[in-house]
Design a protein. Sequence first.
Length: 73
Amino acid sequence: MGTLKETACGQRVRVKKLTGDGPVKRRIMDMGITKGVEISVRKVAPLGDPIEVTVRGYELSLRRADAQMIEVE
């Protein structure tokens, strides 16, 4: 389907794969975003940064660059 960055507001998607490596990938995984997890996009700021999502019942803000590394379906 694409990345979380391209997901429209109000959509629910499932994480297919995390790209990237190192501390950024570790930070994303520490937020509870791992393969198979459902993410709901709550709000996207006017310039696309940050993207507010709900993951495992928690409300989180992601930078656009981080959202680009989360492949969803």
